[in-house]
Design a protein around this ligand. Sequence first.
Ligand code: ATP
Ligand code: MG
Length: 480
Amino acid sequence: MRQPVINKQFIKLELSREEERVFRLIADCAYELEIRAYLVGGYVRDQLLKRASKDIDVAAVGSGINLAEMVASQIQPQPVVTVYKNFGTALLKHENFEIEFVGTRKESYQKDSRNPVVEGGTLTDDLMRRDFTINALAISLNQEDEGSLYDLFGGMEDLKKKTIRTPLDPDITFSDDPLRMMRAIRFASQLKFRIDVETFKSISKNKDRIMIISQERISEELNKILLSEKPSVGFDLLFKSGLLKLIFPEIERLYGVEQVDGKGHKDNFYHTLQVVDNVADRSNDLWLLWAALLHDIAKPDTKRFEKGHGWTFHGHEVVGARKTEAIFRKFRLPLNEKMKFVCKMVLLHLRPISLSKDEVTDSAMRRLLFDAGDDLDALMLLCESDITSKNEYKVRHYLRNFELVREKLKEVEEKDKMRNWQPPITGDLIMKTFNRPPGKEIGIIKDAVREAILEGKIANNFEEAFVFMLEKAKEIGWHL
Ligand code: ATP
Ligand code: MG
């Protein structure tokens, strides 16, 4: 272990007026309470990297909670302070900031939990318990050395060298709290840093410890990887460290190429990562990024080699949509319209391709407009991102085809107004017309009317739909 050496230098931060005001207030309150206060952690790192950051981490040598409460009492209107007694922290929300106050501490860990036994400690103790050198920098807010940077583990140099490294022996850091392995990879992806060789080796070595981490924490890190500029960096590191197989075997299974009769299929893992990067280039919609990650998730389940034809993955979009739901449950992601959106993207991701073939009927267009609704643009973006051929001619050709699909969809939409379309015959109307209670027949008639319009058998207007409804009802023995 490198011995902590206090390497103090003066740092001039570029602060906004609000930051200056609030730091002055924290300093004054700390003085009043006769304790020392420091800016630490992610806030210092992001300041030095000139990244925007709205959470401010403050460490107090003494009670962080008392400091937070005193600071809050000096602000009008008084902000809410949320106290986490168990963690000895307090969160103060003020203007656009979230300021987290913590008392400097020493931590010791048990084998089966990432929650340490905590006791008060010095600033050095506190910086030692932090995960990476770049997160273990502190800047003094105290009168005697205001603006001094405390760099005990070479964090400044690692910031310059763009390196993620643990302050202590990485085996201890990761075994104590295995979430840090995910955080290392997430920071590498988010900040475009590389992970120091020893630190990375230690992740591979300690990977099994990840099993004590809750799914919520893991998915939080996955989300941050997905939202980084080039998410493939993070997923590739998860793969190479062996963590991916443990936390997300469904994705890991996409890796590899099988050969039959000298014919291989593409590596669906690296294809998927390329698709995610392509989406990330154009969008920061987390759920569309999830859709990109999961769009081919069922390829391993549906893979067949058909003689004379080659590799096929029939139905992978349907099985994939089902698996998507299971994955959302496992990772405790929201089971609401976000999940429905991702399932829908996975289910529909081949449809625009089939529309790019020569002979496409208006009814196929209407169906896609109806099925995709407001998510059509997102779907087209996903499909365009799904083109990962290395052959530039092919890429241009496919993109041009999608361009034509977009144009044709627009024409059909203008003609038929199918996007967000509500069929003219509702279940309510059917029940009223025939004076019947709810029942499965209502659904059958309603669906038949909708299908007839989508197929173009009848026009999209109330009169024709009403006549069709009467006919359909007659078929099942209902009369007016
Ligand atoms: P971000 O806010 O982008 O998630 P961050 O580094 O600010 O990144 P926070 O969770 O806000 O992360 O934590 C603030 C600081 O607390 C970190 O910079 C680090 O010093 C420390 N920290 C957070 N989580 C851990 C952990 N699991 N182990 C050790 N130190 C941690
Ligand atoms: Mg933070």
